[in-house]
Every structure is written in C-alpha cells, then in structure tokens.
Design a protein around this ligand. Structure first.
Ligand SMILES: Cc1cc2nc3c(=O)[nH]c(=O)nc-3n(C[C@H](O)[C@H](O)[C@H](O)COP(=O)(O)OP(=O)(O)OC[C@H]3O[C@@H](n4cnc5c(N)ncnc54)[C@H](O)[C@@H]3O)c2cc1C
Length: 531
C-alpha cells in the first residue's frame, strides 16, 4: 500500500469511523476505536507489517506515520501487530515465517509480551516461565501492561526457560490462543491510561498453557538475543508514530495561527509566534531526518542497528515531545480544552507521552547506547565507516538492498557510520568539528557499568544522538535535492542545524514559519509528497 492510497482511504472515512470527533468520543469513554481499526483491516493494512525480502521498511514506517497523524491511538493499537511479529521476522523458521505472514496479512492481531508487573524494563528478572515437556512447553505466569493482550489472537511472549535465568535463560514463544483451553490463557482486565485511552492495554495470565515445540521462535535459550534483534526494528518503526504526532501538532498550530486574530492582526504575523512555529517545524524535521536515515539503515546498514535503533528511539520521541510542549504553549487554552473550542491537541499530547516510554524508554535506550560508547568513541576518532552503506542510506533515489535478518548483530562492528563521517562531511562547520572532537574524547574515555550510570553519562548519550542527527541532516542535504521552498537556499538544513546546535537563527525560523503557514500536503516533510 502507498501513502497516497491510505490517505484517500482515510479521507473517505473522515466523517464516520475516522472523524476526529468520533475518535475523541471513544477516547473520552476509554473505548477501543474498533470502527477505525476495521477500516484498516478491511483494506488489508496488516500486510504492511510482514517483513520479507520485498518489504520497504521506510515504506512501512511512512504508512504508520500516515495513520498516526490522524489518530495516534489507532496507530499504536494497530501497529502493535508489527511489534509482536518482529521476533518471527528476525528468528522464525521458514515455516513459522510463512504461516505467521499469512495470518498477519489476513488481519491477525498480535501482541508482544515482554513486560511484567514487577520487572518493567529488567527483562532478565522476568518470571513468566516455560517448562520443557516431552513434546512441547508448559507456560505459566503473567505479562502485564500489554497492548492488544485481550484482542490479540496471537501472543509473542518472552519466557524464562532456565530457572537460573541469565542471558541464555529465556526463550520466545508464539502462542496461538485459539489452540488453548480458555482457562489456560486468561486476559487481564483493561488498565485505564492517561493517553491512548481507547487502546486495549491489559495483560494475560497463563496457567498450564501447553504449546508445541513449533511455538518456540529461535533456539531455546536465545530469547534475549531474539528480543534485542526484534527491538532494533521495532524501535525504529516507532519513529513513524512520533512523526505522525508531529504532523498532527503542526497542522493544529498552523490552523490556529492562520485563524486567530489578536490586537487587529493574525497570530501568524506576530514575530514571536513565527519564531515558535519555525522552531517547531525545524524540530520536526530533525526528527524526520533521523527517522529517514534510520529506516533506510534497516536495509543498508543492518549491522549498525543496535546503535541506530537506540538513537532513533531516544531522539525522535524526545524531539517530538519538545515540539508538542512549544505548540501547547502557543495554543493556550485551545491546547488545554477537551471541548470546543479545543483543537484535539490535548488528546494528541496525552497520546504521545507513551512513545517515550514503551518499547524501551528514553533512558533505557540511552543506557543501551552507552554500553557501546567506548567503541563508538574510538571509531569516531579513527573516522572509520561503511561508505557504501552510508551513501545508500542517505541517497533517497538509491535502491535499497533487501532486508537481511542474518546481518543483525547485538553490537555494531562498524560503530555508527553516520557519526563517524562527521569530521569529513562537516569540515566546513567549525562548531560541529569542535563538538565532534570533544564527543570522541569523552566517548572513548567513558567506562560503561550495568545500572547506576552517573547522570552525566546520559548527557553524553544525548550528545551522541545530536551528533547523529546533525550527520543525518548533512548527508540528506548533500546527497539529495528537491524543488520546494524547504530545499531552497538550504532552508531546512540551516533551520535544523540551528535547533541541533542551539543557535538562535531568527531569519531561518521565520522562513520556516512561512513554509509551515502555507503547508498543504498531509506530512510536513523534507521528502515532499513521498512522506
Ligand atoms: C500504554 C502502554 C502500553 C504498553 N505496551 C506494552 C506491550 O505491548 N508489551 C510490553 O511488553 N510492554 C508494554 N508496556 C510496558 C512498557 O514497555 C513498560 O512500561 C516499560 O517496559 C518500562 O517499565 P516501567 O514503566 O515499569 O519502568 P521500569 O522499568 O520500572 O523503570 C522505572 C524508571 O527507571 C528508568 N530505567 C529503567 N532502566 C533504566 C536503565 N537501564 N538506565 C536508566 N534508567 C532506567 C525508566 O526509564 C523509568 O523511568 C506498555 C506500557 C504502557 C503504559
């Protein structure tokens, strides 16, 4: 499916299932947006979640973004099937992949059971257990705060297979609920939430649930590895959710600024408002630049995804949350009210909060990045990189190689080519070079530790993310060109660098505001119609 087809489909339903008022009413009552989800299901949207050699990861993420810019709750509720399926795509046998792909194409709802009530992000503490039987496994335990746990017909679940636990003590199972007696697999009650209130956030309890050995995904004991590889994909795909939220927020801000008159003039003409709008627009584009490069890296730099996914999952939701904060301030009461003249912004802001929490919080992703930091620092000093992979990643008209799951690894042998290319690509920018020098030195000297990292370490991770974002912008700029106002005289690059380097470039932000105020396509994007 192409984004334009999806846009046409959702536009056709914007007075019924996809009407913002209808979706807001579901949200008000903590009710699942079943009608909107049915529109996607009837169009066979599930087939986009199948990741095979013909798939385009950027294409799938763009579709998630297109759903999210209309309603983030629906995007998260529906998109969970991709997250729950990712372990199968990275580690399933040919038979598992084929059978699961058929089910997902047919609209199967899949949930992803990692978290437990008492253990949060600490996966190695998980107690949900799988005990080996002669010809299968017996599952017992609870997973809690699981999206689609009640509606999902299939659950992908991480279970402890060695009572001693440890890195080799867990395995992943793909459980078909329809094959189990009802009392062996019970959904838990819906949990009320601050945002995405209509989503099916619940959990499940297994009690003597017997599954065959063919339910195991990956080798016994490989569960943590399978999960970490799957997260490399899901954390990048989640950027589509945040980009959709950014499109939605910018649309609300544009409509407000062009419709609201104060002191005899439009808000859109007030210089301070234009600075806020321009900076917000540029902030969205920094997130987009990272997401574009990260999604293309799934094909072109797969060996670096352990680094890239952690950066994308920490950086993109953080930037978009920042953008939402500035738009909230601009909207004043219209960002706060949930009835007229509210703009729907309050729901959007609540909904997006979860993007920085689930699938690894910002802190968890920064901790993952820090684990590789000394090596990243050394490789940055050495300026070593995968030049071919980098070029393919950044050149938007370059054909992407097929996704190859065998190239996913837990630590990146080539570090992060984007950041390591900065000394060369930013040779004309002394402030970037100074920052890169300092970053290389601090990163190389950093000593990782499990848990209890000092808080300066998280600043270092944030600095590294920023360096990555700068590199994404510079490469996208130098490898591509489009005929649009954003690309004229390097406007988007200048404004993004101002955001990333903390420059107060009033002229660039004012020009960005002008583009935003005149923006007519569904996505606010450097990609033009393709986004
Ligand atoms: C709406 C919703 C949907 C969800 N959907 C799913 C789902 O489908 N499947 C699923 O498995 N889970 C799901 N979750 C659970 C979610 O992924 C967890 O909330 C997450 O794992 C974090 O757990 P926690 O909030 O209990 O925080 P904890 O893990 O208890 O962490 C507490 C705090 O410590 C920080 N922290 C944790 N580790 C580190 C570290 N190494 N370094 C520094 N700081 C750290 C965290 O960022 C957090 O601020 C969902 C949660 C919600 C609210």
């Amino acid at each position: 499916m192409k984004v334009a087809e999806l846009e046409a489909l959702l536009s056709a339903h914007e007075h019924d299932a996809w009407s913002p008022e209808f979706l807001a009413a579901h949200d008000d009552h903590d009710r699942f947006p079943a009608e909107a989800v049915a529109v996607l299901d009837e169009a066979g949207f599930g087939r986009n979640y199948v990741l095979d050699r013909d798939s385009s990861f950027p294409g799938m993420t763009a579709l998630i973004r297109a759903v999210a810019r209309r309603d983030l709750t629906v995007a998260i509720a529906h998109g969970k099937t991709f997250l729950g399926s990712a372990p199968v795509w990275v580690a399933g046998t040919a038979a598992q992949v084929s059978a699961h792909a058929d089910r997902v194409r047919a609209g199967e709802v899949v949930c992803w059971g990692l978290t437990e009530r008492d253990h949060g992000a600490d996966l190695l503490a998980g107690e949900f257990a799988a005990a080996r039987l002669d010809d299968g496994w017996r599952l017992d335990g609870e997973k809690w705060l699981i999206n689609n746990a009640t509606r999902g017909g299939t659950a992908c679940v991480l279970a402890r297979t060695d009572p001693q636990g440890g890195a080799r003590g867990f395995s992943v199972f793909l459980v078909d609920r329809s094959r189990l007696p009802e009392d062996a697999w019970q959904p838990l009650p819906k949990v009320l939430t601050h945002g995405i209130r209509g989503a099916d956030i619940s959990g499940f309890a297994a009690q003597g649930a017997v599954v065959g050995d063919d339910a195991r995904v990956g080798e016994a004991g490989d569960g943590i590895t399978v999960v970490l590889k799957a997260l490399q994909l899901t954390r990048i795909a989640c950027s589509g959710l945040s980009l959709g939220a950014a499109d939605h927020a910018l649309r609300i801000a544009r409509d407000f600024a062009t419709g609201r008159k104060l002191y005899g003039r439009l808000l859109a003409d007030v210089p301070h408002v234009r600075q806020i709008l321009g900076r917000a627009a540029a902030t969205a584009l920094t997130a987009e630049a990272v997401a574009v490069v990260a999604t293309r890296s799934v094909h072109a730099l797969p060996g670096e995804l352990s680094v890239v996914s952690a950066i994308a999952k920490a950086f993109v939701p953080t930037q978009v949350q920042r953008l939402l904060g500035s738009v909230a301030e601009l909207l004043g009461v219209r960002g706060f009210l949930t009835s007229a003249p509210g703009t729907g912004f309050a729901k959007l802001e609540r909904d997006h909060r979860i993007c920085g929490i689930f699938d690894g919080s910002t802190a968890v992703n920064r901790a993952a990045l820090l684990a590789q930091m000394p090596r990243l620092g050394r490789l940055l000093r050495a300026e070593r990189l995968d030049a071919d992979g980098l070029r393919t990643t950044a050149r938007l008209d370059a054909g992407l190689p097929a996704f190859d799951r065998d190239r996913l690894v837990l630590t990146s042998p080539t570090g992060c080519s984007l950041v390591q290319s900065l000394p060369a690509v930013a040779s004309w920018a002394p402030d970037v070079l100074t920052e890169v020098d300092g970053l290389a030195e601090t990163a190389a000297a950093f000593v990782p530790a499990i848990g209890g990292l000092p808080s300066e370490a998280f600043d270092l991770a944030a600095r590294y993310e920023r360096a990555y974002a700068i590199a994404c912008c510079l490469h996208l700029w130098s490898e591509n060109h489009q005929d649009s106002l954003l690309w004229t005289d390097g406007l988007w690059l200048r404004a993004c660098l101002a955001v990333l380097l903390g420059r107060d470039d009033e002229e660039a932000f004012d020009a960005m505001a002008a583009v935003l105020l005149d923006w007519k396509t569904p996505a606010f994007s450097i990609l033009g119609e393709a986004a």
